[in-house]
Design a protein around this ligand. Structure first.
Ligand code: HEC
Length: 494
């Protein structure tokens, strides 16, 4: 559809040029009517798809972008924010770089180059409304909350917390919630975590953290068959390692639930690696980092669960594949500082989620893979970073990297402590690793699945079929896809 519009415009120009050449200048108004970018025809569909889930009354964003009247006063600001693409203040808050690495992600609401250009054209041309009859019917928002995973099958809320206007950063457990309304055990296909608070979306701090108070919240699900809440509490003293294993994420952990981060979006698990949610369990919110916003606030976390069908059985186990380094030395007042961290995969794996985690000074992270045997390196994903929006990028089904054992995963974090990074409270400060938002971190909170030799071979085969690859044909993130076994030869005919 987008292409047809572009084609339409080009042919209108072509017509104008032909008329000029024939000595018949086409009236300007006629040209505009054919090619003009209008709110009704061009901009409203973009806003509906990529903006209104937040930019509507009670949507959490500072202003509504539902009607033309809502949108018009923000035209210049919209042009500026969408033009930032993958840089810190970009809108929508989705920072994957479009010119490098894998491009297919689930829940991607980012704008195409054509859409960004269209918005710029529209604003430069006076942000006209156009013909109201061209506008798509308005979307309906029956509930305050819009979930990108679709209407959740179950929502569990954390206990409510209060944060003072200027409280120092705080870390600790915030209690537990019984899972209610779940009659039987179910496997979870996707989750979305949302901070629900009473902060006015406008105003607040100039630096990071004006909108949300929960910087992170680590949680896990514990069933009374394993530990009752009392037994778990006793473990804290008697066996701290087991306690940590049950309630807090370690570096590589099976069957663990993702961490909530400030401004976070949805997690889509590998379809073959649904996570089991047992009826009658409790959710333990074992480690929160709270960060004041400049106003006194009440807040909680809502976790929306989307289930697989009842008869679903997983083939794989989802794993948290977090790695990074605390060896950080970030100078004050300096843009474009680079720090790397490496991890060797101890097993074959499919990577399902890339989640850059930096802090206020962080502006970008790239993930590269260095393959065993060949030593070849390629970039899987690069994303800008804004510490007010910690995003998780779930690879689309046939784009998720399928990596052989021994692959070295490299992350490169980029830090900017110059005055150009408004998230940094005081650009003069040196900062190292630390828990506060003004300290630094460098972690890829990746998720994936471990694959046996047979499963690895089957995943390669499935990928070749899905993408219709010919022998030797190469795709990013799948070094084995191009290497064919003799019995896979029948694919050559496709
Ligand atoms: C996930 C929710 C979300 C989505 C999707 C989203 N926004 Fe925003 N937007 C926000 C929030 C929250 C803020 C205020 C905080 C900030 O600037 O990061 C904001 C700020 C803005 C601002 C700056 C307002 C000001 O005060 O100057 C503009 C302009 C904007 N958004 C436009 C858009 C457009 C256009 C889209 C779609 C192409 C979009 N946003 C998509 C949540 C969202």
């Amino acid at each position: 559809m987008r292409d047809m519009t572009r084609f339409g415009r080009r042919s209108a120009f072509g017509l104008a040029a032909a008329l000029l050449m024939a000595g018949l200048a086409a009236p300007a108004a006629a040209q505009d009517a054919a090619g003009e970018v209008t709110w009704s025809k061009d901009i409203a569909p973009i806003l509906q798809r990529s903006c209104q889930q937040c930019h509507r009354p009670d949507g959490g964003a500072p202003m509504s972008l539902i009607t033309y009247e809502d949108t018009r006063p923000w035209a210049r600001s919209i042009r500026q924010r969408t033009g930032l693409r993958d840089k810190q203040d970009a809108m929508p808050p989705w920072y994957i770089e479009k010119d490098i690495g894998i491009q297919d992600y689930k829940g991607d609401v980012s704008l195409s180059d054509e859409e960004v250009a269209k918005i710029a054209d529209w604003v430069d041309n006076g942000a006209p409304r156009g013909n109201p009859a061209d506008a798509p019917p308005p979307l309906e928002f029956p509930d305050a909350s819009v979930w990108t995973i679709g209407e959740p099958d179950l929502i569990v809320s954390s206990p409510s917390i209060e944060i003072g206007a200027s409280d120092p950063d705080w870390w600790g457990p915030i209690g537990d919630s019984a899972i209610e309304g779940l009659a039987e055990d179910r496997y979870v296909a996707a989750i979305e975590m949302k901070e629900i608070n009473d902060v006015e979306p406008t105003g607040g701090r100039e630096t990071v953290g004006s909108r949300w108070g929960i910087h992170h919240l680590v949680w896990n699900v514990v069933h009374p068959d394993e530990y009752t809440l009392e037994e778990l509490e006793a473990l804290r003293e008697s066996d701290p390692d087991e306690y940590a294993r049950r309630v807090g994420a370690s570096v590589i952990e099976q069957g663990f639930w993702p961490v909530h981060e400030v401004g976070r979006n949805a997690d889509y698990f590998d379809p073959k690696a649904g996570l089991l949610l047992r009826a009658g369990s409790n959710i333990i919110f074992s480690s929160a980092h709270l960060h004041s916003t400049g106003t006194h606030m009440k807040s909680r976390l809502d976790i929306g669960f989307k289930f697989h069908p009842r008869d679903y059985e997983p083939e794989y186990t989802n794993i948290l594949l977090a790695y990074g380094t605390g060896d950080l030395d970030i100078r004050g007042g300096t843009a474009n500082q680079k720090i790397e961290s490496f991890r060797t995969l101890p097993f074959h794996a499919k990577l399902t989620i890339f989640e850059p985690h930096l802090h206020a000074a962080g502006t970008r992270m790239c993930l590269d893979a260095i393959y065993p045997d060949t030593g070849r390196m390629e970039t899987l994903s690069c994303a800008g970073y804004n510490h007010s929006w910690v995003r998780a990028y779930s690879y689309a089904e046939d784009a998720a990297p399928v990596l052989p054992k021994g692959t070295v995963l490299r992350i490169t974090g980029y830090f900017d402590t110059s005055p150009g990074n408004k998230n940094v409270a005081d650009p003069r400060n040196w900062a190292g690793m630390g828990d506060r938002s003004i300290d630094n971190m460098l972690i890829n909170l990746a998720q994936g699945v471990r694959l046996s030799d047979e499963q690895y071979a089957a995943e390669l085969e499935q990928r070749r079929r899905a993408l219709n690859l010919t022998p030797g044909q190469y795709v990013t993130g799948c070094p084995g896809c191009g290497a064919w076994s003799a019995d896979a030869g029948q694919n050559q005919d496709q």
